[in-house]
Design a protein around this ligand. Structure first.
Ligand code: HEC
Ligand code: HEC
Length: 290
């Protein structure tokens, strides 16, 4: 719609011709400060396009004179962090396990490194929190088959238990039933005696005299007369209330029958020395370290 130019009587300013319910719009010029700010931002945008990454292209983008890249900045930061980690890791390699425990920086690194490696390599057998399962020891408690000092744990990790390694920990309980050393009735009597060692009730009518005699003759050499176990052999303590394979009559009879012989892999050839040290410190800190 074309309009004749109209001028407002009161202010003397030209009008746009827009009208709403009797209100008419004046055509005042934009304020100077506003216009200049607008020009400056336009100029700034042009400068920014030239200097910084700006427009997308078909298979690339305008990189800008400064060649700035957020990704490159992140990569640099990651590289710096890795270099810092490598230095901390190298520090771990040279010092003893006790020193790692006593040096806050090294300890912090070892714990983080150990926790990650535990999740990747150990949790499948020992549980994500090291709580263990039947046949797989709980690493949180202070019950140890082979010993819970830093060095003993380190050795277990390096060479494993009944693993394929020349220096692996060895302790073989015979399969008394399977190999025909004891018959069913003798196994039952011995198992009932084992129950009494940890203060459990034997089953009714159990031949405890026979059980004790068989225990002394066949078992005490490895487990001790009162069933306290021996760490050099990894023979379980039968007098505590912690069972690797279960403390019921049935489970104890199965242990005597088969001899169990759980295998823990050797990590010597699979993990680097710094990771194995970290794991030893981590497992020691789980709660049962000696
Ligand atoms: C394939 C299963 C398996 C994996 C994987 C495994 N373990 Fe074990 N681990 C065992 C078994 C089984 C035993 C008990 C062996 C025995 O009867 O003496 C054991 C024993 C141990 C012991 C000795 C406990 C004691 O009471 O003396 C430690 C410590 C241990 N494991 C730590 C680890 C760590 C750390 C890892 C990861 C690097 C790991 N294990 C990975 C099966 C496994
Ligand atoms: C040559 C040494 C040796 C002799 C002899 C031996 N044991 Fe063992 N026993 C072990 C070892 C080592 C273990 C550790 C478990 C494994 O093999 O994984 C064990 C484990 C056990 C367990 C499982 C404990 C648990 O926590 O679940 C029972 C039960 C047991 N023995 C009872 C006996 C009885 C009873 C006899 C005698 C009839 C006997 N053992 C003779 C070495 C021996």
């Amino acid at each position: 719609m074309a309009h004749d130019k109209q001028v407002d009587d009161v202010s003397g300013v030209e009008m746009t011709g827009h009208e709403w319910d009797g209100l008419r719009e004046l055509n005042n010029p934009l304020p100077r400060w506003w216009l200049w700010t607008f020009y400056v931002t336009c100029a700034w945008a042009v400068v920014y396009w030239v200097l910084m990454p700006s427009w997308p292209l078909l298979d690339d983008y305008l990189r800008g004179v400064r060649g700035h890249s957020q990704r490159a900045v992140v990569m640099e930061e990651v590289a710096a962090l890795q270099a810092q980690r490598a230095t901390a890791g190298a520090g771990l390699q040279e010092v003893s396990l006790e020193e790692i425990q006593q040096t806050p920086d090294l300890l912090q690194f070892a714990m983080a490194n150990g926790a990650a490696a535990f999740g990747d390599n150990c949790a499948a057998c020992h549980g994500s929190g090291g709580q263990g399962a039947t046949g797989y020891p709980n690493l949180n408690d202070d019950v140890w088959l082979w010993g819970g000092t830093l060095d003993e744990i380190h050795q277990t990790l390096l060479y494993g238990i009944r693993a394929e390694h020349d220096e692996t920990r060895m302790g073989d309980m015979p399969a008394f039933g399977r190999d025909g050393i004891l018959n069913r009735q003798e196994i039952r009597a011995t198992a009932n005696h084992v129950l009494t060692l940890s203060g459990q009730e034997p089953e009714e009518g159990a031949d405890l005299a026979l059980g004790e005699e068989l225990f002394v003759n066949n078992c005490a050499a490895c487990h001790g007369e009162s069933g306290e176990g021996m760490r050099e052999l990894g023979s379980a303590n039968l007098a505590d209330h912690e069972w690797l394979y279960g403390g019921s009559l049935q489970a104890v009879m199965a242990s005597i029958d088969q001899g169990r012989a759980g295998v823990m892999p050797a990590w010597d050839a699979r993990l680097d020395p710094v990771t194995i040290k970290s794991l030893a410190v981590y497992v020691h800190a789980l709660g049962g370290g000696e």
